[in-house]
Each structure stands twice: as structure tokens, then as C-alpha cells.
Ligand binder design. Sequence first.
Ligand SMILES: Nc1nc2c(c(=O)[nH]1)N[C@H]1C(S)=C(S)[C@@H](COP(=O)(O)OP(=O)(O)OC[C@H]3O[C@@H](n4cnc5c(=O)[nH]c(N)nc54)[C@H](O)[C@@H]3O)O[C@H]1N2
Ligand SMILES: Nc1nc2c(c(=O)[nH]1)N[C@H]1C(S)=C(S)[C@@H](COP(=O)(O)OP(=O)(O)OC[C@H]3O[C@@H](n4cnc5c(=O)[nH]c(N)nc54)[C@H](O)[C@@H]3O)O[C@H]1N2
Ligand code: SF4
Ligand SMILES: [Mo]
Length: 758
Amino acid sequence: MSHLPPEEKLIPTSCVHNCSGRCFLHAHVKDGKLIRLSPGEEGPDSPDCPQTRACLRGLAQRHWLDHPDRLQYPLKRVGKRGEGHFQRISWDEAITAIAAEMTRIKEAYGNAAMYLNYGTGVYGQISQSWIDDSSRGALPRFFNLFGGFLGYYNTYSAACYSAAAPYTFGEVEGQSPDDLLNAGLIVLFADNPAETRMGGANIPHYLSLAKERGAKIIVIDPRHSDTAASLADKWIPVKPTTDNALMAALAYVLISEELVDQAFLDQYCLGFDEAHMPPGIPAGQSYKSYIMGLGEDKIAKSPAWAEAVTGVPREDIVSLAREIGLTKPCALVQGLGWQRHAYGEQAVRALPVLAAMTGNIGREGGGPGLRPGGHKMPMGWMPAGTNPVKARISCFTWTDAIRRGQEMTAADGVKGAKRLPANIKMIWNYASNTLINQHADINATAKLLADERQCEFIVLHDLFMTPSAKFADIVLPDVSHFEREDIVTFSAGIAYAIYHRKVREPMYECRSVYDVCSALAGKLGFAEAYTGGKTEQDWLRECVREAQRQDAEFPDFEEFRRIGIYKKKPARPIIAYERQIRDVSANPFATPSGRIEIFSPRLWEMNNPLIPAIPKYLPAWEGPDDQLAERFPLQCIGYHSKRRVHSTFDNLAVLEEAVPQEIWLNPGDAGARGLQSGEKARVFNDRGEVVIPVKVTPRVRPGVVAIPQGAWWQPDTRGIDHRGNINTLTKYQPTPLAFGNPQHTNLVEVVKWEGDAE
Ligand SMILES: Nc1nc2c(c(=O)[nH]1)N[C@H]1C(S)=C(S)[C@@H](COP(=O)(O)OP(=O)(O)OC[C@H]3O[C@@H](n4cnc5c(=O)[nH]c(N)nc54)[C@H](O)[C@@H]3O)O[C@H]1N2
Ligand SMILES: Nc1nc2c(c(=O)[nH]1)N[C@H]1C(S)=C(S)[C@@H](COP(=O)(O)OP(=O)(O)OC[C@H]3O[C@@H](n4cnc5c(=O)[nH]c(N)nc54)[C@H](O)[C@@H]3O)O[C@H]1N2
Ligand code: SF4
Ligand SMILES: [Mo]
């Protein structure tokens, strides 16, 4: 940077929040102080090797790093849990107290009573907070050496997706987004990458290029999302939870108008029609029978039928089906929004059927109807060893595991053990606001956590006094990722790795997760086993050695650390299931039948009408046709907004100026309630109430309201939330197959807020 003042130093670093981006940044440092962040300089931009280009949040985060509310020293709770009263303690006191409680809980209940809560605040090969695979990272390493912990599978992101997609395909593969450039038509279902995949090298980049090349883009979403607004030729506003009815009608039109690639279905798929069913299944169970009204329900899934369910006019359904059937190739892409719903498993498996019916699987410019995949970047991890506790829960069910863990079995999603050996008695909550803010039904969670006899000890490690932190017994101040070193990788149209260097010394008394775990290991007598005498940088050297082992061109450690970013331009896009489609007998799908299982015999054997063997439309609890709609007539969905990364940055005023927290309400629904933009509304159901400003807009379909998820819960003395946290309204009811979080499925009523009577 030639225009850089001589006293300013540029340090390559990265933005690493859980927004599905990883953007290269340069930190401008003067006299040891961070004065500015700018997009990292990383060579020329080109369509096939785009620059990473940080978004508004990434560039604004200096105000977050230097926020006056940063946690500065360890805190101990005084008063009742959840009241939010704390007292300063020293690190020595904190480590001593945690070690003593951990020892007590281990002796009284065993290691399976200690839960590491789901959290996505930190990515990195050492400090990663999301510990799904417990064989990596500093925190699980510590707990494994202490005798193990209750782990989780699943994510709050993609629970239904990860559980359901393998029943269709065996192994799940995604087409890489650089292949979108080969598509003639792109249909995005419940996908809003313009907000959820920001950053220059991400999916919107490829969507824009595809559009430039003449591809048509259609968005299916109850909201006119930023993606619909900025990239789409057409928006189809469907009622939430009804996409399966829409897709069934699309299949109906494809069949009726003979737009089906029968040869593809015959060769690669199981269960599309009665002639291709597994042995021993009674007649009428194939997908085609279900669609044409020859199945159990005897209902033809015609566009007229679907119009009544979905709210999408029948002629729009017919023309969408024709476009999908006639445009070759066509990329059908799913987001994760429709699977964070009641029966979220069903939509996940239905879109691949349309991709198969139109012969788009394994083809350039087409795809399997799944999420996009990405080019991989090899990288080592700080090894965590193995967890002696084998029991795991679906991450959404941790509140159940506090209440009644020992009753929980496979029927509640427990894996690795017949039943849980213990109720959860201790939670370590690292870089997570899921303890309160991000989990469903906040009022119920708050009540549960307030009872100190149930979960006896909660440690929380964060940068801020979040709504979750208020429920901790010990709060530890972490360094930010600008105050330590780590490596992150990114995988989309291109793959890359970023070394984020320490930009400045740790602030206040903040300490990193490795540092905290090393101190605790020392207290508990296994420091040497934990650290192996290594610093964080020593571990990172090993990570890079592993990358070099897998990729001969990967730079050596010093070089990588100096330049900060290593990008890999792929030779060609990833075409999902290309091998299988080329020769399915030599390369069968990883399903029991070796085919794409439209009908899944494994699901059939479960014999559960809520987990059908073929993807079906199942009317949702708290869906548009639930009786509860008489009292709470509006469907309330959440979404991931550009304003925040989940709850991260909610406390950043400059971002609130850019995108205020408000509920979207259709003009018809607003008019009926006498509400205008800028006024405040009460939004409520039997679980809770929020007060939030209204945005009256045709960008959300009638009968639906939308609140961006992630606002910091701010209850008054009556429990009414004044910040607009949607989890005040969401329901705790795990989905049937995945035991996932249906946090977008809620019925509410909205009325004008008449002021605070308190
Ligand atoms: N209603 C509803 N709820 C949802 C969702 C939804 O769509 N609707 N989405 C769900 C999804 S997909 C997810 S992934 C979860 C996400 O939920 P969480 O994983 O809890 O994500 P955040 O709310 O961003 O919380 C991350 C925390 O990490 C902290 N943090 C940031 N940087 C650091 C650091 O360097 N060190 C430490 N120690 N802490 C740090 C932040 O301050 C913040 O408190 O939410 C889920 N909840
Ligand atoms: N800016 C930003 N980016 C993020 C995140 C963030 O918090 N902020 N979080 C990241 C994480 S961890 C995740 S998991 C992903 C989440 O990615 P997604 O789950 O894909 O994001 P959502 O916004 O929940 O849902 C996508 C779209 O689905 C729509 N939708 C909701 N219900 C339905 C439905 O029933 N049918 C249809 N057709 N559409 C529906 C929503 O209106 C929304 O526009 O985003 C990632 N990216
Ligand atoms: S897209 Fe994500 S990683 Fe990139 S700058 Fe924005 S918040 Fe940071
Ligand atoms: Mo997520």
C-alpha cells in the first residue's frame, strides 16, 4: 500500500465469524494500537479466482473489538443465577474454583454429566468452538484428558439436512458454486446467499456471473430476500412449511406434461414408480403413486391442490414446472431455511427428486438438488485425542438432557449409548450464545437454568456479557481472534487458507482457550500431557506440516504466516455424483441399494408416519392450517440477516444504523392491525412476547411475519423482551428424524404496542 503513512504497520489477518465466509483483512497498527481494518491485498480479482472482500460487518468490527463493554477480567456470580450480578475475581480464583467444581461433579455424576455446549463464535484449527468432531481443538483436548464429556452431533444450522440427505444419496456431495456459470436456470429454494454468504469469494459472486452469462434465477422464499431483490428474475412467495406441497405439484406437472427423464430415473433411482420399487413393499408406495393420487391418501398433488396449501397461484406452479423441465441444464439449489422447520427433513429429500426427474444430477450446470459443495483446503488440527464418553446427544436436545437425561434413549436421539449415563450437571459454554439467546423457547430455558439444583455449574468464555453470560456461574474474558494466532480455511468456488496473525497484545486480563485450558490442566495435574510443552504457534506449525503433506504446493509456515493467505484455483468445478452417473455399476451410490433412494427402505422400516419413506408434504405443527392459527394467525419465521452473525455484533451501534432490528409485516396484515412502519408492535404467543418496531412491506407474503434471528434478549420484569429476540417465541420440539431445531416454525399474533404500562 503505497499511500500508507510510514508509522502504520500492516498485519495480515482474517475475519473468522460463523457467517460461512472467511475474509482476508489487513490490520493497520500504529504504536501497537489497531486503528483500522481494510480488505486484505491478495492480488488481482478474476472471475475464477475472486478476491475475498470483507463485508460491512467484517470492516466495522474494530468498534466491536474496542467496545467499552468488552469483558476485562474473570467474574463470579453473586445472587441468583440469571439475575446478572457478578463480582470480579482473579484468574487464580477462577481456575481454582472451576477445577474444584469439575472434580466434584466428576466424582458425583461422572464425566458424562459435563456438556460442551454448541457454539460457533470461534473458528480456527486450535480455538474452534464448534466441536462436533471431538477429535480436534483445544477445548475437547482438555476435556478428553480429564476423562471425557457429553458431546453432541448435529448443528443448529443443518440438523435436518445432515440427517435426511444421506437416506437419499448415501454420502452427501454438493456441486461447487463455480459450476453455476454453466446453468441455464438456477432455482434457489429457501436460500438467501446475498445475506448468508457475503464476502467476495462466496456464492453471490458466482450467481452474478451466471446472471451475466444469461442464466435465469428464481427464488422461492416467503420473503423477498436480498437475494430475490438483487439477483432474481422472479420471486415465488410460498407459505412457510409448505414447500413439499409446491414440489409435489411441480412433480405432478412434470409427469403430466411428459417432461420427465424416465431413462435417468430407471437407471439410477429406487422408488420413483411402481416398476422400480424394492422387493416386499405393498403397491401404491412409490413417489409417482403419491404424486398422482394413487397412493394411500388418494390425493392428486395437482397445482390446484398445491395452490390451496402453499398460497402460490396454480399458473405460477405450472410455469415454474415447465421452466424447470425444459431448461437444460437447471441447477436446483436448497438453502437451510426450510429445514429449520417442523418436519424439516421432508423438504431436504424432495428437491433431489425433482433434480433426478429432470436428469440434472451428475451434469455440468445441473446438480443434485442439495446445498452447494466446495473445493477443499487441506489443513491439520490441534489433535484432541478421543473422548472416553461415547454417549452423544443431538445438540438441540441439551435442555432435555438437563431435565431428564437419564431417561433419554435412542428414541430421543441419543447415540453411542443405550441411554444417557447422567443428566447434564455442568455446562462449558465457549464462544456461544446458545445457552439462552440462540436456543428455542428462551423463557423455558431461563427458568430451567435458574434452578441451580438441575444444572449445577456453568462456565462461560466470551468477549461480552451476553444474555447467556448472565446465566453463568463463572464468566471468563477471552481474547479476540485479533489478539492471538490461528489458521482458518474456506471452501466454496475456490478454496483457501488464512493465517490470522496476532494484531495486538491481549487486552485487559483476557486469556485464550488454550491458555485457560493449559492453566486448568496445570491445576488438575496434567499440564504436560495437555500442552506437550508447545505454544500455540508450535501447534500451528504442525497444522501447516499436515497441509504440506497433503498439498505439495502449500507454502512453508514462515512464508504462509508472512503472506497470510494461500488460495487454490481449481482446475474445474466439482460435479456432484459425476462418477456414479458415468458408470453406476462400477461406482454405486453409497446407499444400501447403490441407487438414489427416492424411496428409502431404511426409513420404511422405521414405520413412522412422520418419517415417510418418500418425501411428503406433512402439515406442520404451528403451520398455516394448525388450529392454533385461530388464536395466533400469523406464521413467524426467522432469518439470518446481514445485520449480525447470529447474535454477534448485536451490540454494535453502527450496524444497527445500517439495518435496524424490526419485524416485517405485509401491508394487508399491518392495515388490519392499524400498524404503520416505525411503530412498535407486541408479538406474542403462549411462549412469550416481544416488543419490536414494525416495517410494513410487500417484501413478505400475507399471513407471514419475519424477525431476523440473533437480537440480544432483553426482558423486562414481566419477561417481555424489548429487543426483538425471536427465540422468545420459538418452540422447543425436536424434529422427528434429526431431533433438529424447528426454530422457523411459529404461530404468533401481532398487535400495536400501547406503551409501557410498567
Ligand atoms: N430462532 C432462531 N434461532 C437460531 C437460528 C435461527 O435461524 N433462528 N439459527 C441457529 C444457527 S444456524 C446457529 S449456527 C446458532 C448460532 O448460535 P451461536 O453459535 O451461539 O452464535 P452467536 O450467537 O453468534 O454466538 C457466538 C458467541 O461467540 C462470541 N465470540 C465471538 N468471538 C469470540 C472469541 O474470539 N472468543 C470467544 N470466547 N467468544 C467469541 C460472541 O460474542 C457470541 O456471544 O443459532 C441458532 N439459533
Ligand atoms: N449475515 C449472516 N450470514 C450468515 C449467518 C448469520 O447469522 N448472518 N449465519 C450463518 C449460518 S451459521 C448458517 S446455518 C446460515 C443459515 O443459512 P439459511 O438457513 O439458508 O438462512 P435463513 O435465513 O435461516 O433461511 C434462508 C431463507 O429461507 C427462507 N425461509 C424460511 N422458511 C422458509 C420456508 O418454509 N420455505 C422457503 N422456501 N423459504 C423459507 C428465509 O426467509 C430466508 O430468506 O447462514 C450463515 N450466514
Ligand atoms: S463475510 Fe463474514 S467473514 Fe467476511 S467480513 Fe463479513 S462477517 Fe467477516
Ligand atoms: Mo448455523
